[in-house]
Design a protein around this ligand. Structure first.
Ligand code: NAI
Ligand code: MG
Length: 500
């Protein structure tokens, strides 16, 4: 696809986005019908590579959420609730086929709307298809158990869907996060209401259009675009929900959990992190090097599981610093179309947040190296230079707080105990990478790292449809992805039969 798509994206404008879309992005999907928001209002769709406005989405609010939850309830209590697991799997597989057929269009939508380099947005479209395939295959392998009990009894468990699931999606991986939530929720038999992020809603609308084409019955998947404080808050507070999942900031996650608490419903939170990459003296450094930088630069550092802290044992510290600095000097930020190492950040707001951290770091820390911004990149695009800080004290704000931009800190350590202390020394705990050839150390680290995923001699930022994923501490709770997510989207009923 490279040459054609690049040509299209080069002169991306409102007409370019419109020419890719086969649905009207100013409509929301409720009960199988595409309609305007009840308020009649819209929000702009911005291209972060240029700052240009490419179109509009509906500004949905409480009335739309009410209608969407009611439609999801009717679907759940109606035909969808009686659908067999095998049929649900077939519909999800059909959705996967259509996503793959439209992968290039989906990738272009994401490149334009989110600013992801095309190869990354194409990867996201394929990951969306993989989630659908994975949960299509899993749908009819979800079972209860029989439990040995007293003589004269047969006891078994039924694994049942919760009912109506609310899914709130952030802007950094819209397709992947919609995929992992919706595919797992539907495979387990729930219906759902999805609220995409206001900065990146178009690909979720495209996904919903594909779901309709695939024959998903009306009301099973509803999508309401709008602001977090309006549609998002209305969804999270809605008493008609039976489950909530949220991916995003800690502050919003805390509000979501409080809202779920008022309605006494289960909630899955994935709130990002400050994930460490730990490099021991005995590692295969040539193998580690590309990952040390790549695991943060993907999506310009706007990845919940980005490896933002690079902990290096003293013996290798100078060499790692020199080699990472060389790589940083080659990192180029530029428009999503241009195959640069990084695209823009999602918004002016995010650029301000990240720039503030970079300025703070420059005032208080040493800069090991910086990347560049392409000379012809639009001044209104939200670009920042990749920046590497060295000798960073583990308790410095840049080593403690999620920056969500192309910024890494290098932290030296002496031994295994210190590495663990530093690695576990933030409020977060999402994932960790460990590079060492020592098998015993691999096992010790894997057990003692306070995170939801450990990578030994590899690192999986944003990847792994099959791999249960989620955090501890302020990184959240509950697990998405893999078979484990299906446990979260279901509940157990115990049936005790006395038969003598
Ligand atoms: P956010 O948490 O406010 O937004 C994420 C989603 O929540 C969006 O769909 C938004 O519309 C919705 N939302 C916002 N306020 C809401 C509310 N009161 N009730 C219900 N839904 C609401 O994140 P934001 O402000 O866009 O980004 C700020 C920081 O959050 C980033 O710099 C990053 O550190 C972190 N973040 C982490 C993500 C992750 O993957 N874990 C994804 C996005 C942001
Ligand atoms: Mg946008």
């Amino acid at each position: 696809m490279a040459s054609d798509s690049t040509a299209t994206l080069d002169k991306a404008s409102s007409t370019e986005l419109q020419s890719i879309l086969w649905f009207d992005p100013t409509r929301i999907l409720i009960d199988g019908q595409w309609r305007a928001a009840a308020s009649g209002q819209v929000l702009p769709v911005e291209n972060p590579s240029t700052g240009g406005i490419m179109g509009q989405i509906a500004r949905g609010g409480a009335a739309d959420i009410d209608a969407a939850v009611a439609a999801a309830r009717r679907a759940f209590e109606g035909p969808w609730g009686r659908t067999t697991a095998t049929e649900r799997g077939r519909i999800l597989m059909k959705m996967a086929e259509l996503v793959l057929q439209r992968a290039e269009a989906l990738a272009m939508i994401e490149a334009l709307d989110v600013g992801k380099p095309l190869h990354q947005s194409l990867n996201d479209a394929k990951a969306l298809a993989r989630y659908l395939e994975f949960y299509a295959g899993a749908a009819d392998k979800l079972m209860g158990t029989t439990i040995p009990y007293q003589h004269g009894f047969t006891v078994y468990t039924l694994r049942e869907p919760h009912g109506v699931a609310g899914i709130i999606i952030p802007w950094n991986y819209p397709m992947q996060i919609a995929g992992r939530g919706v595919a797992a929720a539907l495979a387990a038999g729930n219906s759902c209401v999805v609220k995409p992020a206001e900065d990146a809603s178009v690909s979720t609308l495209a996904f919903a259009a594909i779901a309709m084409e695939a024959g998903l019955p009306a009301g099973v998947l509803n999508v309401v675009t709008g602001l977090g404080t309006e549609a998002g808050a209305a969804l999270s507070e809605h008493p008609g929900l039976n489950h909530l999942s949220f991916t995003g900031s800690v502050a919003t996650g805390q509000r979501i959990q409080a809202a779920a608490g008022r309605n006494v419903i289960p909630v899955t939170l994935e709130l990002g992190g400050k994930s460490p990459h730990i490099v021991f003296d005995d590692c295969d450094l040539d193998q580690a090097m590309p990952t040390l930088v790549g695991a943060c630069m993907q999506n310009a550092g706007q990845t919940c599981s980005a490896a933002t802290r690079v902990l290096v044992q003293r013996g290798l510290y100078d060499e790692v610093k020199r080699r990472m600095a060389d790589m940083y000097r080659g990192l180029v930020a530029g428009p999503a179309a241009d195959g640069c190492d990084l695209g823009p950040l999602i918004s002016a707001r995010q650029k301000n947040r990240v720039s503030h951290y970079i300025e703070l770091g420059k005032a208080e820390l040493s800069v090991a190296a910086e990347g560049s911004i392409r000379a012809d990149a639009s001044a209104d695009g939200h670009f920042v230079r990749a920046t590497l800080f060295s000798e960073v004290p583990p308790d410095h704000r840049l080593a403690q707080e999620e920056i969500f931009g192309p910024v890494q800190v290098l932290i030296p350590f002496e031994d295994e105990a210190e590495a663990l202390r530093i690695a576990n020394g933030t409020v977060y705990g999402l994932i960790a990478g460990v590079w060492t050839r020592d098998g015993g150390r691999q096992m010790r680290m894997a057990r003692q790292l306070n995170v939801g995923q450990v990578y030994l001699n590899n690192y999986g930022a944003g990847g792994g449809v099959e791999l249960p994923f989620g955090g501890v501490g302020h990184s959240g709770h509950g697990r998405e992805k893999g078979f484990e997510a299906l446990n979260g989207f279901t509940r157990i009923k115990t049936v005790t039969a006395r038969h003598g």
